[in-house]
Design a protein around this ligand. Structure first.
Ligand code: AKB
Length: 326
């Protein structure tokens, strides 16, 4: 029997994906049924005023458990994570937050017999030596970043809890996510967001990866839709659980800049690659998400051209109202 999701806890709700995911979950399931949590960063007014918000620390299980018992939580979207670039600067913090945070969530899932737990993964699970184009679902996972190591471990850990304890856990490998609501923090794919902000703000951008860098990317509405779609899929129909490749589009920085120039003709990009180039070079150019399409009906709606038009429209409006960077 399919268990219902009635009281949802979102960790990492102040982050780039967590903030928009929380608002959409509140729209769909009722504001009071979605408990937003963060570690340090103050939430936006919209997030704080639209439903319950609390500070917790996922590495301290008692702080999560307090939320679970207070609100009778039966579903967790575990969005809290240290991303690739920050993870390389502070690998121990990355391990602590990503691994101890995840096992704490899974243990509480068992203890309180949760209906469902969603733990996102990332294209960072891959490393050198993989087929770069259309990287298959099943291929060697040997990441060279601490973030990637934690994401591979978390996928395995989640699958272990599914097989050993019958816990309902789902996860998908996010590409770089592009959005205009909340800035990403500490990832390698952040250039693909920053470029839009700087194009609208200053008409020029200095990119920290080379112009030929090509990575899988996705617009936020597709990311939110796909995440909730997987969460709502019939568990008995899923052959995989924690590691669905999740794709929408793939482009080089040159192609991205050319698309932006269609809206801002004088836009200029300079290139000063830094340590993040090596990380980007270790990830796929594009990925094969046929398992997600077959098992839970995934289909993206946005491509580079429609996303660019929408991003620029929203960022221009924000600039005009003096709230570009909020
Ligand atoms: C990062 O760049 O670290 C993230 C990711 C691809 O998971 N955006």
């Amino acid at each position: 029997m399919k268990k219902e999701m009635k009281k949802i806890l979102v960790t990492g709700s102040v982050g780039q994906i967590g903030s928009e995911l929380t608002m959409e979950l509140r729209r769909r399931y009722g504001a009071d049924n979605v408990i937003a949590t963060g570690r340090k960063t103050e939430p936006s007014e919209e997030l704080r005023n639209s439903g319950p918000f609390h500070f917790i620390d996922c590495t301290r299980i008692e702080t999560i458990e307090e939320m679970v018992t207070k609100y009778n939580i039966d579903t967790i979207y575990h969005m809290a994570a240290i991303l690739s670039a920050v993870g390389e600067k502070n690998p121990q913090l990355c391990w602590d937050v990503n691994m101890n945070g995840t096992i704490n969530i899974l243990e509480l899932g068992l203890k309180y017999k949760m209906a469902r737990i969603i733990v996102p993964s990332s294209i960072a699970v891959w490393g050198p030596g993989i087929p770069l184009e259309n990287t298959p679902q099943e291929t060697v996972l040997r990441p060279t970043t601490m973030y990637g190591v934690t994401k591979v471990c978390a996928e395995l850990l989640c699958d272990y809890y599914v097989q050993k304890f019958g816990l309902d856990i789902r996860g998908l490998r996010y590409p770089g996510i592009i959005s205009y609501e909340t800035l990403p923090g500490g990832g390698t794919t952040d250039y693909a967001v920053a470029i839009y902000y700087e194009a609208v703000d200053k008409g020029k951008y200095t990119c920290f990866v080379r112009e030929d860098t090509r990575l899988p990317m996705m617009y936020m509405p597709d990311c939110i839709e796909g995440t909730i779609q997987l969460a709502e899929a019939d568990f008995s129909k899923l052959k995989r659980h924690s590691d669905f490749n999740h794709a929408a589009m793939s482009f080089s920085v040159t192609e991205l800049a050319a698309e932006i120039k269609k809206h801002i003709p004088d836009f200029e990009v300079a290139y000063e690659p830094d340590y993040r180039q090596e990380i980007a070079d270790s990830w796929p150019n594009s990925i094969d998400d046929s398992a997600a399409r077959e098992e839970w009906g995934w289909k993206p709606k946005w491509d580079l051209s429609s996303m660019t038009e929408d991003m620029i429209k929203h960022l221009r409006a924000r600039k005009e109202s003096g709230t570009l960077y909020r």
